[in-house]
Design a binder for this molecule. Sequence first.
Ligand SMILES: [Zn+2]
Length: 361
Amino acid sequence: MQRQRRSTVHHPKREEPEIDRVRYERQIRFAELGERGQQVLAKARVTIVGAGGLGSHVATTLARMGVGTLKVIDRDLVELGNLHRQACYTEEDVQQAMPKVYALRRHLLAANSSVKIEPVLAHVDPYNVLDLLRGSDIVVDGTDSLGARFLLNEAAVELSVPFVHGAIAGSSGLVLGVEPGATACLFCAFGEEETKPQPRGIGSAAGIFPPSVEVVAALQSALAVRRVVAGPEDWGGKLFAIDSWTGDLDTSEIRRRTGREACQVCVRHRYQWLGGEKPEGPRVDVDEDQINVIPEKPRPVDFDVIAARLYRANEIKRNDYLVWARLGDLQLVVFQDGRLAVKGTNDWAEAVHLYEKYLGE
Ligand SMILES: [Zn+2]
């Protein structure tokens, strides 16, 4: 009698990445994640804009949890005044004048070498933001200016990519998940002067109580992971207002503005920040503590030439990514792509003059 052959089922080659059950054992035990969630995370692509307080904490959590690809975009270098609130940066990073995105990559890979980190050292603006965010499963907002946040909101709506907003002032913070086309966007929530909850003061005027950074970043990380693993159902549209000093947490539903008062961003797609005609020649971006002069097109600079031109500097540092110099009260940073950042003046004409002097032909 012929022995019955064992039926052999040929499984198609599994696309699921092999997951490290020892490393992630505790989070896999959390039922809402489980092994399936871990596999979804391993294939996910998350973009974090800003590698300061919020961005560095979110990146740390997501990298340790095993998010497959993290793109981190930031334009600045690590400074002493960052260390009290920004995850994982060190005094050595400050001494080496490391750009945040490259310092972060080093620290994240030291914690989890299996994730892919894509550092982007760039100033996000209306002309590059769509290219930078395209292809992301979700975008996390770690920026620190109102303009940058509304720009990201418009880009996320335009690309139909879910977006997690976060903001801090003093000890109070706000978090909002945005599912474009389905839940309220940032402009629905804060776009016009209505009686919407706002953090006390915006930006650096109110100072920062560092635990607020962790609270807000933790909520952002949780929302991002949940959206990646569990999808859009019952996600977004909820505004968390939390004060880490008093312990008060207020959660409110934000309605999407439709009908006669329709939101000009997520309903009408009339953008204020995004796109527009790209000006010819270098652009100047002035914000609270620095001025950036950005070449029309990125152009590689010769750091030897720059360093030679800065021979009168009181102090100079250089690495693979930038040349940093102190000239009296001014601090100048020249980046690989030809961007100049100036601190110590709020006179944009002076910044342009410095750009011409050190980066001119
Ligand atoms: Zn809207």
